[in-house]
Design a binder for this molecule. Sequence first.
Ligand code: DSN
Length: 448
Amino acid sequence: MSYDTIRKEDPELYGYMKSELERQQNGLEMIPSENFTSYAVMEASGSILTNKYSEGYPGRRYYGGNEFIDKIETLAIERAKKLFGVPYANVQPYSGSPANLAVYLALCSVGDTIMGLSLTDGGHLTHGFKESVTGQLFNSVPYHVKEDGSIDFDELRRNVKEHKPKLMWVGYTAYPREFPFEKFAEIADECGAYLVADISHISGLVAGGAHKSPVEYAHIVTTTTHKTLRGPRGAMIMVTDKGLRKDPDLDKKISKTIIPGMQGGPHNHTTAGIAVALLEASRPEFRQYAEQIVKNAKALSDEFSRKGIKMVSGGTDTHLILVDLTNFGVGLGIFAQEGLDIAGITVNKNTIPREPNSPFYPSGIRLGTPALTTRGMKEGEMREIGGLIAEVINEVKEYRLPQGKEGRQEYLDKFRAEIRANAKLADIRRRVVAISSRFPLYDGMKMW
Ligand code: DSN
């Protein structure tokens, strides 16, 4: 895969793709929902399989010519069922948000009460956020975390008693501790709600045995395929044995909601990429990978503690760390993210529980170790990188956004000019490039 044809046919696009590759190669990718897929996954998802329409399911397609597509989708389905230990898997959702929407549409009527963790406390848009259709079509009663960063089960139990939800979400995008599947199952079973585990962030950890599985507790499990699972951008919906005991038609309801309910032709190139990723995730090396992700996150959080960097819940059990910057300054997330960007370390600004600032200018940063672990980095590198992050925070910690909108853009422009000219950040970037070059990305692959 040389991209020679793109280079000749579309030099402008080629240039951007090459720059993006170099950015990925030379920097430290620490957004916890990102990863580097294998070359085999990229071959599958960049293949001729994109040419085919195949509305329906294996053996039941609307169009002809699907004999091989049927085999590919069946392979992906069977691998998913085996890896996660479920009786039903749908590999067609285009991504995580449509997968979650399909679950609502299969199980709920408009106006039903649903519960998910509040977005600003670490939940997801599709778990009932007010600006998402999931918060508009359904009566969303969010739950929250306590001061210590753990789920507030007292509030949850009170709300469940009062509002009797039809569906509850357990699964998060910015929650650093082990997901409490059993406690949710207890509460959902008591009130008769469907429990849906969204394991998008941790599905690779679950597959690799580094996080407990939700399968015995939830009725349905959804996941994206491109985070810790290290596949192409896509998603899956799985129904568990427990789900089928509650509703023997649950699998059929999900199938029907995906197509003809919500989607058209599946993205067969993605399905093939998912099949490859599931095979890779079933290998012993993947178990080591999953364990190392968590060891790396713990090493990084230990380094943060040593440097006086506060973390929500004080650390992590997973791949993810949520840094609380309020001891340096409220609303510092944007300055930390952009300072780190200049240094070649990619993270995202994030709200912290009980965020004292606007969600657009939050007080935290979210980071994680899946992508760096894919490159082969271990605890030693995490300590080194933790030290670099602390140095960057030190460079930006005095910046404060003006209170109102007035003057905000000018302040940000000035900040951006200053960090671009900052010699210390330039020096950190050189050290970042040196670390990255010790762990070549797609080493030996003739990509360009
Ligand atoms: N955008 C994903 C994440 O970063 O967690 C969630 O959809």
